[in-house]
Structure formats: structure tokens, C-alpha cells
Ligand binder design. Structure first.
Ligand SMILES: [Ca+2]
Length: 350
């Protein structure tokens, strides 16, 4: 399956994209939405994210919109990536628009394309309006959007849906083959403890270090405004629901939209699936296997004149290693332990 990720980065989008690429999701292109932060910031941020990931995926510019309730710089920082003001990148956007890229890809990869929308639905809606045939060609649309729980009437109060209500209505009423909605209520359950996030400051992995730096601002914001002590963001949940379908479960629902609210009701037969449950432990495992203190390292060290290969797997434990198979005695073992510690401390780099 090929994927297009439509995104308005944003700290949570950035973490979600890192999660996707580090876990080898086959992303053929990123289309730029506007929502969290000003379009110019989103553009620069997407370049920085893809540079950090050394990704060769292409980028396509979408339409500019001005959110009626304003941007969310208060949560994402002035630059949209936690006030880190990363150096500008030379990466360039492709000449064709986000809308045209979605249409072109739907034609090229019929039945083998999933479009993941992590921001307002502007680009997918305008692609559909230009060429309605894409609805039957795209295999699945996965949306982070909607604020919905079964006990309350649903409105467009969730950020992505509210920023561009017209586009939300277009997408939800279009005959896409399958739409999966990860709602804000389920998405925000993806809680990673602050202690774990803090421990990543020392990570030697470039992407993990990047995630640590940008998440800091979001964690501060969550504490101040929602009294949440840790990282809790819906965009990574949405990507996790694709990487491991057992993390988020969905139920088929009929969705009716009007200008101010939308009605969600359970049904047996619908093209729209709304998230219901979330497996926090599985999500945490995925997150922590992806973003960790150190990558697994394989080093060769000389012990008693013999070359011994040591594999260290330091993550959130202090020391973990595979015992080399060519050890001859316990004296060698103590040297292996000593070498493992030195590798973990960065003393042995070769
Ligand atoms: Ca987003």
C-alpha cells in the first residue's frame, strides 16, 4: 500500500511523520495543509522534518486558508516546532499542487493508495471537487478529526474539522470507499509519560533527539492548559492506527452533516468508521521502540587478542546486551560487560 500524508506541521504532525517514516510506511508524498500554524511556517517545518529523517519523499503545496479561530501558535510555538528555530532547509516543493498530486496518485495507484489527513481536509476536498472519480480509486482515507463521544451531540469544535468546515462536509459526504476517523477523544489517549520524554534528551539518535526537542513545548502547553503531565497528541495515534491496526478499533457509523453540527449514529453498513477503543500499552510499545535513548549498536572490540562482537540494546534500561557466541571463559565475560558499559557511555565509538 502507498500512502500520501496530508499535514499541517505543527509539533504533533512532526512526531506523527517521524513515527511513520521510522517505521517504513511507504509514503509517496506529503501534501501541505494549513491549520496549526501559518502556511509559510508549515512549509519550512515540513522541509526540516524530512531533512531530519533523510527522507526522499516529495512535497506538494496546498491551498492557503486562514482558520476562523486563528492559528495554534500558542501550542506549537512561534515557528510551529516548539520555538527551536531550526536552520532553513534547501529542500524544495514540487511544481504541481497538492490537489493535482492526489488526483494523479489516485489514478496511478488505483486500489493501492491510502490518503492520511492529519490536518484540515482542504486538499482532499478540493481534489474530490475537481475529480470526483478519485473517491472510488483511493482505497482508504484515514482522518484525524472530529470531536465525538456517544453521550454528546457532535459539533465542529475539533480543530481540524472546524478550521475548514466546508471541506469537512465535502469529504464526509463524498462516496469514498472507506473513511476511518480517529477522533480527538480517542487520539488524545496516546499518553507518553513526561519522565520518558525527558529521558530522551540524551538520545544519540538524530530523529529521537528532534522529537525530544519539539515535544518539550507541547508538553509545557499541555501542563499549563490541560494539566496533562506528559505527551498526548492525536496525530501520532492516527499513524499508529495504520502501523498496527490492533491499536485503534473502529465501528461503522452514519454521519450526517449540517453547518453547525454533525450527527454520528452507529450502523452496520457505512463507508465511514469512527474510532472507539485504543490500546495504550501497544501504542507505548510502538512509540518507545521507535523513539529511544540509543539505537541498537553493534561494535567489535578486542578481548584477549580476539575480536568479539558486542550488540548493545540500551533503551530505557541501563544495560542490555546479547552474549557473544565466541566467549571462552568468565574472565572474558567481565571484559565484555566492561566494554558494553564503555560503548553505552560513548567511550568506544569505532
Ligand atoms: Ca495536524
Amino acid at each position: 500500500m502507498k500512502y500520501i500524508i496530508d499535514t499541517d506541521p505543527g509539533i504533533d504532525d512532526a512526531i506523527a511523520i517521524c513515527l511513520a517514516i521510522k517505521n517504513h510506511l511507504d509514503v509517496i508524498g506529503f501534501t501541505l495543509a494549513t491549520g496549526n500554524v501559518k502556511k509559510e511556517s508549515s512549509k519550512e517545518n515540513l522541509k526540516v522534518i524530512l531533512d531530519t529523517l533523510s527522507s526522499t519523499a516529495k512535497m506538494y503545496e496546498g491551498k492557503n486558508i486562514n482558520p476562523s479561530n486563528g492559528f495554534a501558535h500558542f501550542a506549537h510555538g512561534e515557528d510551529g516546532l516548539g520555538n527551536n528555530f531550526f536552520p532553513k532547509s534547501n529542500r524544495e516543493f514540487e511544481k504541481i499542487s497538492a490537489e493535482d498530486f492526489i488526483i494523479e496518485s489516485a489514478n496511478t495507484y488505483q486500489n493501492d493508495l491510502t490518503v492520511v489527513c492529519l490536518g484540515p481536509l482542504t486538499n482532499l476536498a478540493s481534489a474530490y471537487k475537481t475529480d470526483p472519480s478519485i473517491a472510488n480509486k483511493i482505497s482508504e482515507v484515514v482522518i484525524m478529526g472530529a470531536s465525538y463521544d456517544e453521550t454528546a451531540p457532535s459539533t465542529y469544535k475539533e480543530f481540524n474539522f472546524n478550521v475548514d468546515v466546508e471541506s469537512t462536509k465535502v469529504v464526509l459526504n463524498a462516496p469514498f470507499r472507506k473513511i476511518k476517523m480517529v477522533t480527538h477523544e480517542v487520539g488524545a489517549l496516546s499518553f507518553i509519560e513526561k519522565d520518558y520524554m525527558d529521558s530522551l534528551y540524551a538520545s544519540t539518535d538524530k530523529v529521537t533527539n528532534f522529537v525530544y526537542k519539539i515535544a518539550k513545548k507541547y508538553i509545557e502547553f499541555s501542563k499549563e492548559h490541560n494539566n496533562i503531565i506528559g505527551l498526548s497528541t492525536p496525530d501520532p495515534t492516527t499513524i499508529a492506527s495504520i502501523l498496527d491496526p490492533s491499536i485503534v478499533s473502529f465501528m461503522p457509523c452514519t454521519v450526517k452533516t449540517d453547518d453547525n453540527s454533525f450527527d454520528v449514529s452507529k450502523t452496520d453498513n457505512s463507508n465511514i468508521y469512527v474510532s472507539t477503543n485504543f490500546d495504550l500499552e501497544k501504542f507505548r510499545q510502538l512509540f518507545k521502540n521507535t523513539f529511544k535513548l540509543k539505537e541498537q549498536q553493534t561494535k567489535k572490540v578486542m578481548i584477549n587478542g580476539k575480536e568479539i562482537e558486542i550488540v548493545t540494546k540500551l533503551s530505557d534500561t541501563d544495560m542490555d546486551y546479547d552474549l557473544p557466541s565466541n566467549l571462552e571463559n568468565t574472565a572474558d565475560l567481565s571484559k565484555v560487560i566492561e566494554s558494553t558499559m564503555r560503548i553505552n557511555m560513548g567511550d568506544i565509538n569505532e
